[in-house]
Every structure is written in C-alpha cells, then in structure tokens.
Design a protein around this ligand. Structure first.
Ligand code: NAD
Ligand code: SER
Length: 313
C-alpha cells in the first residue's frame, strides 16, 4: 500500500490554514506538508511540517515533490477576483503557471491525486443567474474568471490525455473566522462580522440587493475532502464541480446579524467590486455533485451567522 504524503501549496491562505489542519487531523500531522510563500500561519505552527515554497519556481517544486515523496497535491495559491482586476498580468501568470507546474510534475512523478479549486467566477453575465447549472454558457469577464475557466480545461486535458487524477470544485464565496480572506469580491461577507464585533457597524462595498452564492468554511473543507476521497469511477466531471451552500444579499446578512446584535447598522458604498459581483450567478445548481459524490451542505445563513458571531472574539 502507498504511504500517502500530501503537499498543500498556499497553506497560509483563507482556505489553506483550515484545510491543512483538517487534513492533518484526518491523515496524521506528519503526512501533510504545508507550504506557502509567506511566513507560517500561527495556527499551523507546531502542527506539522512547513516549508517556504514559491510555486512559480518549478525546479524547486519538482525537487520538493521527489524529496518528500509527495503523493497528493492541493494547490491553493492564486490571486483572487478583486486583486486580479488591479493586476491582471500577475493574476494570469500566477493562476496559470502554478497550475501547469503542478499538473506537469504530477504527470511525471508519483503524484496520485491533485486538488485545484475553481470558482463561481468562471461564470459571466450570460450565464443563468438563478440555480446556475453545471453545464451552461460560460463567458467570464474578470481575469480571475478567465484563469479559472482556462484552468478547468487544463485539468480536463491532463485527466484525459495523461490520466492525471485532478479534482476540482467551483467554490462559492467562502466565509470563515480562522484566517482572513485574500482579496476577493465576496470578502464583504467576512468583513461584516469583524466590523459588527469591533464597531457595531459596517460600510459595504456592494449594493444591498447583490445576491451571491456563499458557503461556510466547514462545509467547504468537508466538500474538498469528500471529493478527494470519492471513488474515481463515480466522477463524471473533470473540469470542476458546482457546489452550493447558501445565497444571500448584504441586506439579508445584516438582518441576520441584527437578530444577535440589535444595534448593528449597515451602509452601502459600492465600488469597483460591484460589477464583478453582478457578473456572477446569484445561486448555483449542484445536483451533479450531489449525484456523483453525495455532496450536501450543512450550514445555511442563520447557522453560519450564529457560529461566526460565537467564534469571532
Ligand atoms: P488566499 O489568497 O487566502 O491564499 C492563497 C495563498 O497562496 C496565500 O497564503 C499566499 O501567500 C499563497 N501564495 C501566493 N502566491 C504564491 C506562490 N507564488 N507560491 C506559493 N504560495 C503562494 O486564497 P484562498 O481564499 O485561500 O483561495 C485558495 C484557492 O481557492 C484559490 O485558487 C482561489 O481562487 C480559490 N477560491 C477561493 C474562494 C474564497 O472565497 N476564498 C472562492 C472560490 C475559489
Ligand atoms: N471568493 C472569491 C472571490 O471573490 C470567489 O472565487 O474572488
């Protein structure tokens, strides 16, 4: 039997910290090598091996994969939607080169499985707004969305052409309290909780009626691990799976927060992120993920809000 050795790239980011901790809990601390460009996140310290790694340096990555006997890679390094619009060239090169480096090394070495996240940002203004299906018109208008769309088809290509077992989820906006979000359009749904606790008010950069698909981090981590553990023969999608958690607007989340903090107030000052949000669907049809690997979210808006407020100090 193969001894699994898992490499998480981008382990200090919003998803990486929680995913690394969950993988270590499940498979053993020493099985999971965390890596990132930046300093080790304090929550990871002392929980398992950590290496500083630039995923753009293919030779270093290749040597690491061989030396550490890596059998699975979770690639989380990326530039997200809002930051991507400020520096499109950087977003394109990081998001594409990192994926191609990982796919090539996985093909050439003993890497059995790769996880790479796509996003609801693959969809564009011509995609259906409500219950956006797995397969539909996909015409993204952000550089981030274009990189996710191209990335999905690179994953599909490496699967069909070289047999690389690469799996992917189109994450919605992710809400969490353990590590901060890294420059996305959905970040307001995290910021709002911190400002509610610190100031009792929040100025939102999206309009009050902007509905977006969202998911609470525990569901996102579970979805990731469930997909990676699903039998290969059950998987029919080799681009990226739609998954749904919840859908709400800034106004709706503010009403939910007010149920716990009656003095909380919200104001709206939409900026360059408003058109990005408006280009995405409001909700997602995830029936293919439910059928293929049994996906089912646990958290709704009320459950997520209660848990966030309980955990943010
Ligand atoms: P993040 O920005 O919080 O974390 C990314 C991490 O990658 C950071 O710690 C950063 O230091 C690291 N990194 C950047 N450049 C690197 C490099 N050259 N080499 C090594 N590490 C590098 O992002 P996240 O929110 O954790 O997202 C992870 C993945 O999930 C991304 O692909 C993102 O597109 C996708 N995703 C995230 C969300 C979300 O809401 N957070 C939603 C949809 C998809
Ligand atoms: N949360 C991400 C963003 O807003 C969606 O991929 O960029």
């Amino acid at each position: 039997m193969i001894k699994e050795r898992i490499l998480v790239i981008g382990a200090c980011g919003q998803i990486g910290v929680e995913l690394t901790l969950a993988l270590r809990k499940k498979y053993g601390n020493d099985t999971v090598v965390a890596s990132d460009l930046r300093e080790e996140n304090p929550l990871l310290r002392g929980t398992g091996p950590y290496v500083t790694l630039d995923v753009m340096n293919k030779e270093m990555l290749h040597v690491m994969v061989i030396r550490q006997n890596i059998t699975q890679i979770y690639l989380l390094a990326a530039i997200l939607s809002a930051t991507g619009e400020k520096n499109p060239n950087l977003a394109w090169s990081l998001n594409m080169e990192s994926l191609l480096n990982v796919l090539e090394i996985a093909r050439d070495e003993n890497v059995q499985k790769v996880f790479w996240p796509s996003s609801i940002a693959v969809f564009g203004p011509s995609s259906p707004k409500v219950n956006c299906p797995q397969q539909t018109i996909i015409e993204p208008v952000t550089v981030y969305g274009i990189s996710k769309y191209a990335g999905e088809f690179w994953c599909n290509y490496y699967h069909h052409r070289y047999g690389v077992d690469v799996r992917s989820i189109r994450y919605p906006g992710l809400i969490s309290y353990k590590s901060q979000p890294g420059g996305g359009t959905t970040d307001y749904a995290v910021e709002i909780f911190y400002d509610a606790k610190e100031k009792g008010s929040y100025e939102c950069f999206l309009k009050e009626d902007t509905y977006l698909p969202m998911m609470y981090m525990p569901d996102a981590i579970r979805a990731t691990i469930e997909l990676m553990e699903a039998p290969a023969e059950n998987l029919t999608v080799h681009t990226s799976y739609n998954v749904h958690g919840m859908s709400f607007s800034p106004k709706e989340i503010s009403v939910e927060i007010r149920k716990h903090m009656e003095d909380f107030t919200i104001t709206y000052n939409p900026d360059y992120r408003q058109p990005i949000a408006e280009s995405w669907p409001q909700s997602i049809d995830d029936s293919t993920a439910r059928r293929d690997w049994g996906w089912k979210p646990e958290y709704d808006l009320a459950g997520m809000t209660e848990d966030m407020l309980k955990n943010i100090k």
